[in-house]
Every structure is written in structure tokens, then in C-alpha cells.
Design a protein around this ligand. Structure first.
Ligand code: ADP
Length: 385
């Protein structure tokens, strides 16, 4: 007789939950979804879903009824609700004490300092005079509720502080001032960690943002000093262990011109900078997230090819973008291309999918992935004839 698989609850119906469904099928692991609406990205592919508001404890209790473990598509579930769920015997992974570091940038900065790991210079600021004392130019960030560059402002003058101060006051969140880091590039160190303490570190990647949104990822980061790559992996493993993270942890890092690493932010869920692993690594971040939160042995994070390039498909001018109707040209042009669409409507600036191209030649991978993403997004004219 075989034991039946326990059910894993996932809170949040975005593309990350959707992409957890693929390895869940392969592992024979039943998923239960709490989605914010009927028809959202993950609800399209996870039949066992419940629609409701993740900010409501009753809804969370009902949606996770009968599940053994709960994990997340986003980090916005209120910490006190997570404590209540954990108190009722549900395994919450990552747990509230870990997750708060991905919810609150102030708490995260303090933890990174406490661990003796490198932060940019930072301070909590509540008024214009405190920002002026910190000094211009600087970066102002809402401690909570920001994403994809929303809630992050580069300010150089007192006048530019008005909008961030008003935004923080309106929603009663705090503001953090950070030095404007003159970085050479942004790196991401991704690790998976299980409750038993097993951990796996993926190759360190380079990510490029456009308008605050992750746009392109190259794995591994080209030309990265092996010693610095090792330090980035160690740093991420150290954070995962010290904060008792379970599942995937992404540590976004700045590489400075003089070869230092500074922590930018933490995410405790599969991350955009890990989408390359779906086609470029032995075990994808989505599968390792599931294995980790279920406390199963982790899969190898090793790369399958010398290079993998991920480019996000962002809606350009919505009228010229393509989704399903982009396939004939994109797939015929490049039979090695891997396309991942999220079941979302095209809207200008919205992430609706990504492509992965892997191979032995970085320039070739970059050209193929950029071309395909631009084609779907609508930045290229009709060249299919
Ligand atoms: P979000 O939560 O929206 O992802 P981040 O804190 O990651 O916000 O900031 C978004 C982007 O803004 C970063 O990827 C980076 O490009 C830029 N940025 C953030 N903090 C700094 C900083 N201290 N110095 C320079 N650039 C920064």
C-alpha cells in the first residue's frame, strides 16, 4: 500500500502559483489554491481552488482546510494570520518569522546588519528634515507594499520627496532612505532550503531591470569572479539558515564597481530571477520550492547548459502584442526556444510571460530570447511573412 500525498495549499493566484502546478503534476502532489478571483493565472490550471481575500483569516482557514502545508505566491498575507494558521497545526512554509523579512524592508535591513552582512547605508526616515540629514541623492522606499519598483523613488531634491512622503503617510507605512548605490550590475543568488535544513544553491545570475521590473536574466552572471560568486551563494545560504527560510529564497544583490556585494532585497518564493531554471537547470526553482516546503530531498540546482537567458514578455502597445497568435513565427524561427505564458491579457507594461533560450553561445541565446520576447510583447513589426 502507498501513502497518499498530502495536499499543499498555495495562497495567491499569480503566475508563480501557476508555474508550481507543473512540477506538482509530475510529483503527484495535490495543490489547493486560494485565488483572488475566478479565472486568474493559477486558477486557470489548478482545479481545486477557492476564491477569496487572503487578508481575511476566516477565508485562509477555509481555503487551507484539510491541507498539510501552506506556501505562497506572494508575501502579502498578514503575519498575524500566518501565526494563527501555524498555531492551528498547519505547517506554514516559509513561516511568519522568516516571511516578515520579505514583507518589510526595514526589518530586512536590520536583520542583514545583525548578521554582519553588507547593506547599503540606510536609515528610517519620517520627515523631509530626516531625509535631508541622510543626504541627497538617495533612494526612498516604502518599507511595505512595494513591488516591481512601485514604492521606490530616487530623490535628489526636497521637492522630489513630496510624493514618497505623501505615499507613505497615506498608507501609514514607514519610509527607508538608502544610499544611491553606484552598482556595476544586479545579481541574484537563489537557494532552496528545507525544514530539515538541506539547502541547494543555484548558479548566481545577472538581472537587468527596466522601469523597476526584472526584464532579462543571464545564467550564470557573465564574467563573475568565481570567488565573488561563491561569496554570493554563501551569503544567501547564510540568510536562509539564519532566518529559517523554507522554500526558495532569492537574495537580490548589487555588485559594486570595486567588487563588493550589497544586499538589495529578499524574496521568499520562486522569483523572476529564477525562471531560467525551468529550462536551464536540472531541477527548476518551482520544483525545488515544492520539494523544500514538503520537506522532500532537494533536486540538483546545476545548470544544464553553459548559458541560459530569460527575457520577460511585457505588454508593449497592447494592439501590436501577440500571445497565442505569436507562436507560428516564434516557434518556427527557433525550435529550441522555451515559451511560458501566464494566461494573462496583454496590457502595456504588464508581465504576461517569459522565454528561455539556452545553449553554448551567449550572444546567440541573447539574440534569440530578446527577439522572441520583443515579438510577443509587440515591440517588433510583423515579420512573419
Ligand atoms: P521592489 O520591491 O519594487 O523590487 P527594490 O528594492 O528591489 O524594489 O528596488 C527596485 C530597483 O530599484 C532595484 O532593482 C534597483 O534597480 C533600484 N534600486 C533599489 N535600491 C537601490 C539603491 N539603494 N541604489 C540604487 N538603486 C536601487
Amino acid at each position: 500500500m502507498t501513502a497518499s500525498a498530502p495536499t499543499l495549499a498555495v495562497i495567491g493566484g499569480g503566475q508563480l502559483a501557476r508555474m508550481m502546478a507543473q512540477p506538482a503534476i509530475a510529483l503527484g502532489l495535490p495543490l489547493r489554491l486560494l485565488a483572488e478571483g475566478e479565472g486568474v493565472s493559477a486558477a486557470q490550471v489548478i482545479p481545486d481552488h477557492y476564491v477569496g481575500d487572503y487578508r481575511d483569516l476566516d477565508t485562509l482557514v477555509k481555503a487551507t482546510d484539510g491541507c498539510a502545508v501552506v506556501t505562497f505566491d506572494h508575501e502579502h498575507v498578514p503575519t498575524e494570520h500566518l501565526r494563527a494558521l501555524a498555531g492551528s497545526g498547519l505547517a506554514v512554509r516559509p513561516g511568519p518569522e522568516a516571511l516578515v523579512h520579505a514583507q518589510d524592508k526595514g526589518v530586512m535591513r536590520e536583520a542583514i546588519s545583525r548578521l554582519g552582512l553588507p547593506n547599503p547605508r540606510y536609515a528610517a526616515v519620517g520627515s523631509l528634515s530626516e531625509i535631508e540629514d541622510f543626504g541627497f541623492p538617495c533612494v526612498l522606499k516604502r518599507t511595505r507594499g512595494g513591488y516591481d519598483g512601485k514604492g521606490v523613488w530616487v530623490v535628489r531634491t526636497a521637492a522630489e520627496c513630496e510624493a514618497p512622503l505623501a505615499s507613505a503617510a497615506a498608507s501609514a507605512v514607514e519610509l527607508l532612505a538608502e544610499e544611491l548605490v553606484d552598482f556595476r550590475r544586479e545579481l541574484s543568488a537563489l537557494v532552496a532550503r528545507s525544514p530539515s535544513g538541506q539547502a541547494a544553491a543555484y548558479p548566481v545570475v545577472e538581472s537587468t531591470q527596466r522601469d523597476g521590473i526584472c526584464h532579462e536574466v543571464v545564467a550564470p552572471a557573465p564574467g563573475l569572479d568565481p570567488d565573488l560568486a561563491g561569496r554570493a551563494q554563501e551569503l544567501a545560504l547564510r540568510v536562509a539558515g539564519a532566518l529559517d527560510v523554507t522554500g526558495i529564497l532569492a537574495v537580490e544583490l548589487f555588485e559594486t564597481a570595486d567588487g563588493r556585494l550589497l544586499v538589495n532585497e529578499l524574496a521568499m518564493r520562486p522569483h523572476n530571477t529564477g525562471h531560467w531554471t525551468q529550462d536551464g537547470a536540472v531541477t527548476s526553482q518551482f520544483e525545488n520550492h515544492l520539494r523544500a516546503v514538503m520537506d522532500l530531498p532537494l533536486g540538483s540546482p546545476a545548470a544544464r547548459a553553459p548559458w541560459t537567458v530569460m527575457v520577460n514578455i511585457l505588454g508593449g502597445a497592447a494592439e501590436t502584442g501577440r500571445l497565442y497568435d505569436g507562436f507560428p513565427h516564434a516557434l518556427a524561427r527557433d525550435p529550441h526556444l522555451r515559451v511560458h505564458l501566464y494566461g494573462k491579457e496583454l496590457r502595456p507594461g504588464r508581465k504576461v510571460g517569459h522565454v528561455n533560450a539556452y545553449g553554448a553561445d551567449l550572444d546567440d541565446c541573447l539574440e534569440r530570447a530578446r527577439h522572441a520576447a520583443a515579438w510577443f510583447g509587440g515591440d517588433l513589426g510583423d515579420e512573419s511573412e
